[in-house]
Design a protein around this ligand. Structure first.
Ligand code: PMV
Length: 351
């Protein structure tokens, strides 16, 4: 096995996280990561990003995976889940070289922001180049989602839909761009950091428990699929009022199901609820939605708004004591490859 021309090709990519406006929470197929419902997100700009260099080489004796300078333990189950995407790509390329991966986030890992979506999308994007696989975003998405479902949506820019598909082999569960970032550049995500601690129950384990135990869950797939259809229309017509309502109701719905899980999952904290109240208050004082909150599997709030409303949102959040900081991210263009001079591999790996 092994094709010599890829031996030692270093490829570097940068990718950003995405924030789901209609969430993914539950799988039809746990191995292939085929979701129970479609989801819609917006990809963020490079204010928050992960840069990853990848090299497959016959010189390496073992797989090496560094995140923010720390060598990862490949026997740890969460790391293995992420790293599995590399094994899938290695077999697609039909090679058995070991790999070195060096990944760095532009945001501190202590910021309380999940880096799996940007990390995995940067990793598969770079590995695709290093292995000369020439896969497109749809094909890469099918692999990326095995490491983290939501990461597949970061493989495209702008507004992205992850269609659940109908085939049992998952081949039609794929990503599609609803609109590029240039369609609605006024939209922003104000991320209110309220806690820097790592979540106690991972998203993958949490959603599995919800599907298994929540009695309300049976309502979720139809609700979310309907929300995906309506939000797509709101995006196309730039109807912020509707987009905001769908976003907030979908976040509420997912967190209600988390609480209906047995034993219950609680990802929000008191500050998260104060933010919900402040945004609801702000919207009612304007008589329309000028901002929308949404929360993933953690207490940090993503407040989706338009550039012209940033001042109002900041004023509304000003009096909430538990907010540690607010990061402003715009809508972004998806992953890109960097020039070889920007490789970070040699920071930790000598080949
Ligand atoms: O990508 P995962 O497996 O970590 O799941 C993420 C799920 C949510 O962030 C809560 C929702 C979403 O669609 O991003």
């Amino acid at each position: 096995m092994g094709s010599n021309n890829i031996n030692g090709n270093v490829a570097t990519a940068v990718a950003s996280p995405n924030i789901a406006l209609v969430k993914y929470w539950g799988n039809e197929d746990e191995k292939l990561i085929i979701p129970k419902n479609s989801s819609v997100s917006m990809t963020l700009d490079e204010k928050l990003s992960t840069k990853t260099s990848v090299v497959f080489s016959g010189v390496l004796k073992e797989d090496l995976f560094y995140i923010n300078g720390e060598l990862q333990d490949l026997s740890n189950s969460e790391v293995r889940e992420r790293f599995n995407v590399i094994n899938i790509m290695r077999s697609a390329a039909n090679i058995d070289y070991k790999v070195a991966i060096v990944s760095e986030n532009s945001f501190p890992s202590s910021a309380g922001l999940a880096s799996s979506a940007s990390g995995i999308s940067a990793m598969v994007f770079a590995a695709n180049e290093a292995l000369e696989l020439h896969m497109n975003a749809f094909e890469l998405g099918r692999i990326a989602r095995r490491g983290s479902g939501s990461s597949c949506r970061s493989l495209m820019g702008g507004f992205v839909k992850w269609e659940k598909g109908v085939k049992s082999d998952g081949s039609d569960s794929s990503i599609r761009q609803i609109a590029p970032s240039s369609h609605w550049p006024e939209i922003v995500d104000l991320i209110a950091i309220v806690s820097k601690s790592k979540k106690k129950v991972s998203s993958r384990a949490g959603m599995r428990k919800t599907v298994e135990t929540s009695r309300l869950y049976k309502l979720r797939p139809a609700f979310a699929d309907e929300a995906c259809n309506s939000i797509e229309k709101a995006i196309i017509s730039k109807d912020f009022d509707s987009l905001a309502e769908i976003t907030m109701r979908d976040s509420n719905n997912m967190h209600a199901l988390m609480l209906d899980t047995w034993p219950p999952l609680k990802y929000l904290n008191d500050t998260s609820f104060k933010i919900i109240e402040a945004i609801q208050g702000l919207n009612s004082s304007y008589g329309k939605n000028v901002a929308a909150y949404t929360f993933d599997a953690g207490p940090n709030a993503h407040i989706i708004t338009l550039k012209s409303h940033i001042g109002k949102v900041n004023d509304a959040l000003d009096c909430i004591s538990g907010i540690e900081k607010i990061i402003e991210a715009g809508i972004g263009n998806g992953p890109r490859l960097l020039h070889e001079s920007e490789s970070i591999i040699s920071k930790y790996v000598k080949i």
